[in-house]
Design a protein around this ligand. Sequence first.
Ligand SMILES: Cc1ncc(COP(=O)(O)O)c(C=O)c1O
Ligand SMILES: [Zn+2]
Length: 380
Amino acid sequence: MKHGKLFCSNCRRSYALHPMRWKCDCGSFLDLEFEPKFPMRKILKRGPTLWRYREALPIAREESIVSMGEGVTPLETMDFEGRRVLIKVDYLFPTGSYKDRGATLLISKAKEQGVRKVVEDSSGNAGSAVAAYCARAGMTCEIYVPATTSPGKLVQIGAYGARVQKIEGSREKAAEAAMEAASSLYYASHCWNPFFLHGTKTFAYEVCEQMGWESPETLVLPVGHGTLFLGAYLGFRELREAGIVRSIPKMVGVQSAACAPIYLASKKGSQEIASIKERETIAEGIAIAKPVRGRQILEVIRETGGEMLTVTEEEIKVALKKMGQRGHFIEPTSAATIAGLRKYLKDIKDSSIVSTLTGCGLKAAEKIGHLQMDGRWNRG
Ligand SMILES: Cc1ncc(COP(=O)(O)O)c(C=O)c1O
Ligand SMILES: [Zn+2]
């Protein structure tokens, strides 16, 4: 297996892999040079976990792998007002969100590099995932979260034995505090660390295999820092380069109207993300005012002919309620994706569309409970 370097798409510098190297000297994020392999016969013989794509995952030694049997989530066919859409049920992971895709790779790599202690910042779910895989790996873990994070997520992080550092203010303030700690500790950041994306890319592999080794025409995915969005793109790009599929899906991203920096930049045709005034949203997982990989997300939208959509708080609530009526208890952040999907379906006639449910409702039960107490919940 070829193990490449870290490279910067901004200034073209490259670096050898090192546990303390998490960004370029120019300040930009880094990507990983890596050539995946897809030995079909081996893949098809393996069990239903994301590690079935072993040769496409950049971990050198088997004994480094930290796994809880994650992945290969259901791809359910659902009807949205007469339109057939495939929904990847990605809240069915050990920690209740798709972030386990990234965490299993990231923490396996940290283990391989001899790391003993990590720090991460998160709106809650990435923190839970990193904390769980650290517990499995016997690593010490410190998670910085905004003080407003859903209590369920904080309890969950604590349950894995991680130290929770609640930071007053925005999500960015939690990131700043974690980065300071990362000057002496391994930064297990889902946004900066490219190994996380080499985990979330398995979303694409699974969708492709579940569709009979084909690409859908369109993917409708949530975008906060864009770790699923970018991972799914990376996965389909690798599958195309390997000659397994012919095309990469059109990448459609969904943001909350209360915090939509990528939507605004994309609408302006801008290549960089301007700073925005963030308002509160029940979709806490995508409330990211300054996405680390914003430039990369915009490039993916342009390259695939995709687009960004925004959804209002009311639309998120309606989607949350409607998914409950179908037996899916999801968190408001995940309902935002479904609200975006419903909007997208109104105007577009794409033939095959895949979307996802990223987080379990139990994570934000208290916040959902408050919504249910509002008299309007039972209307409509
Ligand atoms: C449930 C859920 N869905 C989607 C997202 C968005 O992920 P990203 O910020 O990587 O775009 C998050 C992020 O925390 C999340 O918790
Ligand atoms: Zn650089």
